[in-house]
Design a protein around this ligand. Structure first.
Ligand code: DGL
Length: 287
């Protein structure tokens, strides 16, 4: 069969490794991957950050779907049977279309999971006042996905959502510890508290936001608990693999982790260290 010169090398490669794919638009998914790898260290993993095109948060549905699908296809070509979208924006705007329209042509054994449903399943257990604040990107908040999913499990909960469009760029550019970041952290927290003074739980519905947690605490009343998604998603994946033995068996288990970025690997390794909590040696991929 003639395959031509433009075909990419991974198309030819028969994979002996079948890792779990973990995806984010950039660095944020590393905060989730960190928890997953700590809880389930025996599995092999590939992480892909689409840093060259991040942030996704302010982009249209079509663009987010197109970018996410391209990354999911790459994971499948790299031998992953299961991909976790460790990105709320991609989970909100692309996951359903990928699961319903795109996945069938990749084969029935492939799976793509997101981070919104596992979070929605448990968030109501955190609140005593039944009032939760949800902070996310413009794409995640405007999609209304959290309201929809949370109400399936906790119909009586009061949800106050706010988009924080400046937070991902601040984090992605490595400015999360800078004094300049305080302005935008305080701005959005003040807006949320004005809208919803009774919240006792704040969900960080963007995997980049844990990097801002110390600044968020500064502007939030002490009684409001902050919930990040890493542990929640890791527990949910453990549960999923326990219930899907075929999938668990299909994933190779040597504890190997590889990191890929669509942008500069040096930047990725430097920033990634903070997000992931240990040394990273990333590889460049052109999608
Ligand atoms: N970490 C992504 C999320 O959870 C950030 C999205 C973006 O690129 O704006 O939504």
């Amino acid at each position: 069969m003639y395959v031509g010169f433009i075909a990419k090398p991974y198309l030819y490669y028969m994979h002996s490794s079948h890792p779990i794919g973990v995806f984010d638009s950039g660095y944020g998914g590393l905060t989730v991957f960190r928890s997953i790898a700590a809880l389930l260290p025996e599995y092999d993993y590939l992480y892909l950050g689409d840093n060259a095109r991040a942030p996704y948060g302010n982009r249209s549905f079509e663009t987010i779907h197109q970018y996410t699908l391209q990354c999911v296809e790459w994971f499948f070509k790299m031998g992953c049977p299961l991909v976790i979208l460790a990105c709320n924006t991609a989970s909100a705007k692309a996951l359903r279309t990928i699961q319903q329209n795109d996945l069938p042509r990749f084969g029935s054994e492939k799976r793509v999971l997101g981070v919104i449903r596992p979070t929605a399943e448990v968030i109501g257990n955190y609140t005593r006042t039944n009032t939760v604040g949800v902070l996310g990107t413009k794409g995640t908040i405007q999609s209304g996905s959290y309201e929809l999913e949370i109400r399936k499990f906790f119909p009586d909960i009061n949800i106050y959502s706010l988009a924080c469009p400046m937070w991902v760029p601040i984090v992605e550019l490595g400015e999360y510890n800078s004094p300049g970041a305080d302005y935008y952290v305080q701005k959005y927290i003040d807006e949320l508290l004005t809208m919803a003074p009774d919240i006792d739980t704040l969900l960080l519905a963007c995997t980049h936001y844990p990097l801002l947690v110390e600044k968020i605490k500064k502007y939030l009343p002490a009684h409001v608990q902050i919930v990040a998604q890493g542990g929640i998603v890791a527990n949910s994946l453990q549960d999923y693999l326990g219930r899907h033995e075929d999938m668990a068996a299909a994933i190779t288990k040597t504890g190997a982790k590889r990191f890929f970025t669509t942008d500069d690997t040096t930047d990725f390794d430097v920033h990634g260290l903070t997000f992931f909590g240990s040394e990273i040696k990333s590889e460049f991929v052109h999608l």
